[in-house]
Design a protein. Structure first.
Length: 282
């Protein structure tokens, strides 16, 4: 199954027989004081730089989130979407907290964006899916509902089925729903990673849809986070993850190695190109 996300100038195709698509996570103010201040003061050069750096690092899609205390998301999100579109050519993932902000952002977006996100909560399904359909977007579905994030993989899979079914009722094709099976920290539950991996496998087998994941959540609170993130990400890709949301500069080489190992890199071209890029003087 393939999902197509577009900007005015580029098309990105996500699929389980294709190289892994990397969604750059850095334009998100959570825990980033410099970005928070830039959004409050409209110092948008900071955002332009972050966008350019991620694309140069190998991001295929950029996630854009402006949710910050003291910032009007409805007014700011479409403005930032336009700024990022003017700076880079890759498609965007519109990351929202407020459905009203999503509508404003969709009105200015040029192409077919990815929306982050809808959940299995009734309010979310009824507010987000009509906008996704109206503007011809694709959408990320989070495997949580009105009762929270289930600890059991089968319950998360049930929610994934619910999201896909409701999307199809709204006329959104299955290939335009990307499921996020949700990574929780292993630091508080040593089985958290296994549950996520089991959910990814079951969703792939039962629904066949593409899948994303905030992979770095797995290592929160633990030492040597980058190593754990890289190991988990490689396993998740082999299990069915097709478009993780990541700090691209930290995981690009791991992803290319995983793709090569899985037969998704003809003649090892991407792997070799990445190696040469690392060897080139900065």
């Amino acid at each position: 199954m393939e999902t197509k996300i577009t900007s005015l100038k580029q098309e990105v195709v996500i699929g389980d027989t294709r190289p892994t698509v990397l969604i750059g996570e850095r334009i998100n103010p959570t825990g980033k004081k410099k970005l928070q201040e830039a959004l409050k003061t409209e110092a948008f050069e900071v955002i332009k730089e972050m966008a350019t750096d991620q694309v140069e690092a190998g991001a295929d899609i950029l996630d854009v989130n402006v949710v910050t205390p003291g910032v009007d998301e409805v007014a700011t999100l479409p403005k930032v979407i336009e700024i990022v579109m003017g700076e880079v050519e890759v498609p965007l993932c519109i990351d929202i907290n407020n459905p009203a902000a999503l509508k404003e952002a969709l009105q200015v977006y040029q192409g077919k964006p990815l929306v982050n996100s809808v959940s299995g909560e009734e309010a979310s399904l009824n507010e987000i899916l009509p906008l996704v359909k109206e503007y011809g977007a694709a959408v990320i579905g989070l495997t949580l509902d009105d009762e929270g994030i289930p600890k059991e993989s089968d319950r998360r899979v049930e929610i994934a089925h619910k999201i896909v079914a409701r999307a199809e009722e709204f006329g959104i094709p299955r290939e335009d729903v990307i499921i996020d099976c949700l990574a929780l920290t292993i630091g508080s539950d040593s089985n958290a990673g296994l549950v996520t991996l089991e959910t990814i496998r079951k969703v792939k087998e039962q629904l066949g849809v593409n899948q994303t994941l905030g992979a770095s959540n797995i290592s929160f609170g633990l030492p040597n986070r980058r190593l754990l993130n890289q190991a988990f990400l490689a396993i998740a890709i082999a299990t069915g993850l097709t478009c993780p949301t990541v700090n691209v500069d930290h995981v690009r080489s791991t992803v290319h190695a995983a793709d090569l190992s899985l037969g998704r890199d003809r003649f090892a071209m991407r792997y070799i190109q990445d190696f040469r890029k690392q060897q080139s003087p900065q």
